[in-house]
Design a protein around this ligand. Structure first.
Ligand code: NAD
Length: 249
């Protein structure tokens, strides 16, 4: 049991086939007490119930600072502490550079980047008090290779921003015993692609992946488990690629 009795908050974890839900399931199997945050309270509660009785589901829009603070307060009230945060909530839009309007830019940077900032700010006081904690930030291969699959340039920029934010947090929070790392998934089969992943496109993308397949949510969940647990006790500011070799650098 790698997360025995650890309180683990995961944002955007209600989506049934998503990376967040797979991570929540794995963390629960490893003894963690999981808190699922997502936009809709009912969906978050149902997702938590799927994991078992001791887990929590709460509504939290990560773009809303007060909502993030409120959720963290509720978690500390009910669970007493916060050991792990996975900043997983994210959205993407398949736009070309010249198509990006202000509303697109705001939507995508708000959820991916601002949300990671606000939710981290909400949990850090509890982690500082405990003098321990692990924060995992969900970036993307899109940040490293400049998009080119589903996300538009604004998604690449937001996810590259996540990498910078996580590294700066790692530098500042290390003295408090708080580790901050990022995961950069390649193409993972979840609902984020909104049904736009045709068989032809899948075959084309697979040709460029040395391991010969697209990723599944559990591939990313396993990396999150490593970063959340004490197996990575001396790792902070790192970026773990989970892309089947799609980008080797
Ligand atoms: P998903 O669409 O299945 O899940 C995203 C979840 O985030 C949903 O449950 C959604 O309700 C939630 N969410 C959206 N906006 C929110 C907000 N403002 N506040 C709280 N929750 C919010 O997508 P996924 O593929 O599981 O993606 C999870 C993360 O992994 C995202 O950050 C995504 O950018 C990243 N990622 C995914 C892939 C991929 O190929 N699937 C690749 C690289 C990175």
């Amino acid at each position: 049991m790698l997360l025995k009795d650890k309180v683990c908050v995961i944002t955007g974890a209600a989506s049934a086939r998503g990376i967040g839900k797979a991570t929540a399931r794995l963390f629960a199997e490893q003894g963690g007490r999981v808190v699922i945050l997502d936009l809709d309270a009912g969906q978050a509660e149902n997702a938590a119930r799927d994991l078992g009785v001791s887990h929590l589901g709460l509504a939290c829009n990560v773009t809303d600072k007060a909502a993030c603070q409120g959720a963290a307060k509720e978690v500390v009230g009910q669970c007493g502490r916060i050991d792990v945060l996975v900043n997983n909530a994210g959205i993407t839009q398949p736009l070309k550079f010249m198509e990006i309007e202000a509303a697109n830019y705001e939507a995508v940077t708000d959820v991916n980047l601002r949300g990671s900032l606000y939710m981290s700010q909400a949990v850090v006081p509890a982690m500082r008090t405990q003098r321990s904690g692990s924060i995992v930030c969900m970036s993307s291969v899109s940040a490293q290779r400049g998009g080119g699959i589903f996300g538009g340039p604004h998604y690449s920029a937001a996810k590259a921003g996540v990498l910078g934010l996580a590294k700066a947090m790692a530098r500042e929070l290390g003295a408090d015993g708080i580790r901050v790392n990022s995961v950069t998934p390649g193409l993972i089969q979840t609902d984020i692609t909104g049904g736009k992943l045709t068989d032809d496109l899948r075959a084309e993308i697979t040709k460029g992946i040395p391991l010969g397949r697209l990723g599944v949510a559990d591939d990313v969940a396993n990396a999150c488990l490593f970063l959340a647990s004490d197996l990575s006790a001396y790792i902070t500011g790192a970026v773990i690629d989970v892309n089947g070799g799609m980008l080797i650098h």
